[in-house]
Design a protein around this ligand. Structure first.
Ligand code: 5AD
Length: 442
């Protein structure tokens, strides 16, 4: 009855992981993927509401599907998932979107599978229950990198953030289940695993004898993997044991995602972040002492309610002082039910934009300078894919920086760890030449 599916995804890595899980499940029911929504019997939108902009995008996309549903009726299933649905919104969304057949909360792909099986009856194949059978979906069977969620939900409740209301309190997946999934991915050729959580460092809080450092060390032992990463960290939960694990485990990349959000202590307190500027600086120092060449990414919010010019400049100066690698800079956006949404969104749009652009320019100058040290050096790149447009291979160094590799039409390189001599560096990527194997990393 249902033969073809199409999944549209926006938002964080957790959504990307959820979509891949769902695709795998749908294929075990016998469905195949199509690139165009108009050709699918099952259309799934995986949504993000962390700011107004992605939410508007998802609503527009959803509304654009209405005519399709009206013309195809029961022959088309439209499902909405992700943070737009969350744990509770399924109660109110059907009034707004009566043409949607099914609403499913984040990280619960089986709910849609059950729904389709109930509708499709015997026409659908049995679903593989065992995660050992977890198969990468078609079209992704050569994936080099994969995300594996380990901590679901979030209990920290920052004043501005809608995620806890949509994904619920945090809970850790069982280590055996995670390791099974990682082994299944490695057996299918995946070389790099990134363990995911909204606050990934809280992994194992409710499990005896497990924490993130121990889980990462166990994942590093899985045969076939070249690299392991984890994200996103929270400064109040990252500990020395974790930093030590990164320093010691050769496969654990020297790479941290550690948002500071604001560089001023009053604003940090208003945000309920649970640390001070000084504590953040101390953690970065500790990372750099133990892992000298670490890549450290951060997120920043500008224009939080009542943030003064001077307070914003504290954020600017913190980034300038710490010289972090990349910043995702977001303009504050009030979100339903959050604490800060009770306050007036009093920083005008143009002012938020001015602050964003200032930080953006600072990031660009820091990254230009930092990447400027690479030309002439040889680095290790895990190659992910080929770029038809430029004829170069695309991959990353352990610190996360993007590298395009010129290989003179050499053998397929996807999935290979190669040595690359860097010839050019810009703020957001570098170009280099493939070296003969066996070259020393400088
Ligand atoms: N407004 C703007 N940015 C936000 N983020 C989270 N909530 C909001 C909000 N209400 C940003 C944070 C977070 C990233 C995923 O999105 O910087 O780290």
């Amino acid at each position: 009855m249902y033969k073809k599916y199409h999944i549209w995804t926006i938002g964080c890595q957790m959504n990307v992981a959820d979509s891949r899980q769902l695709a795998s499940r749908l294929e075990s029911l016998g469905l195949t993927e199509v690139a165009k929504a108009g050709e699918a019997d099952v259309i799934v939108l995986n949504t993000c509401v962390v700011r107004q902009q992605p939410e508007d995008k998802a609503r527009n996309r959803l509304n654009s599907l209405k005519p399709l549903k009206l013309s195809r009726g029961d022959n088309l299933v439209i499902a909405l998932m992700g943070c737009m649905v969350g744990k509770k919104e399924a109660e109110t969304l059907p009034d707004e979107f009566p043409f949607v057949d099914f609403f499913l909360e984040p990280s619960k792909p089986d709910l849609l599978v059950d729904f389709l099986r109930a509708k499709g009856g015997d026409a659908l194949l049995p679903v593989a229950e065992d995660l050992e059978d977890y198969r990468l979906p078609d079209g992704e069977e050569n994936a080099v990198c994969a995300f594996v969620p380990i901590t679901l939900g979030c209990s920290h409740v920052c004043s501005y953030c809608v995620i806890p209301y949509r994904r619920g309190p945090d809970r850790s997946r069982a280590p055996e289940v995670i390791l099974k999934e990682v082994r299944a991915l490695a057996a299918q050729g995946v070389k790099e695993i990134t363990l995911l959580g909204q606050i990934v460092d809280r992994y194992g809080m409710e499990l005896e004898e497990w924490n993130l450092a121990k889980l990462l060390r166990a994942v590093c032992q899985v045969d076939g993997l070249a690299r392991v990463r984890f994200m996103t960290s929270h400064p109040a939960y990252m500990d020395e044991e974790l930093i030590t694990a990164v320093a010691e485990e050769p496969k654990l990349c020297p790479y941290f995602e550690l948002p500071f959000q604001a560089g001023n202590n009053r604003v940090l307190q208003e945000m309920r972040r649970g640390y001070t500027r000084e504590e953040y600086i101390r953690i970065v120092k500790s990372i750099r002492e133990k892992v000298p060449d670490a890549g450290i990414n951060t997120d920043i919010i500008v224009g939080y309610p009542t943030e003064s010019e001077e307070e914003f400049m504290d954020t600017y100066r913190l980034l300038e002082e710490l010289r972090l690698d990349v910043a995702h800079i977001a303009k504050y956006s009030p979100r339903p039910r959050t604490l800060s949404s009770q306050q007036e969104d009093d920083i005008p749009g143009e002012e938020k934009e001015r602050r964003r652009v200032m930080l953006d320019q600072l990031v660009e100058s820091i990254l230009s300078e930092k990447n400027g040290r690479y030309p002439g050096r040889t680095v290790e790149v895990l190659v992910e894919s080929f770029q038809e447009k430029t004829g170069r291979w695309r991959g990353r160094i352990p610190q996360g920086n993007l590298v395009f590799v010129e290989a003179d039409g050499a053998m397929p390189l996807a999935g290979e760890l190669v040595q690359v001599a860097i010839t050019w560096a810009g703020p957001y990527s570098m170009i280099g030449t493939l070296q003969e194997k066996g070259d020393e990393t400088v």
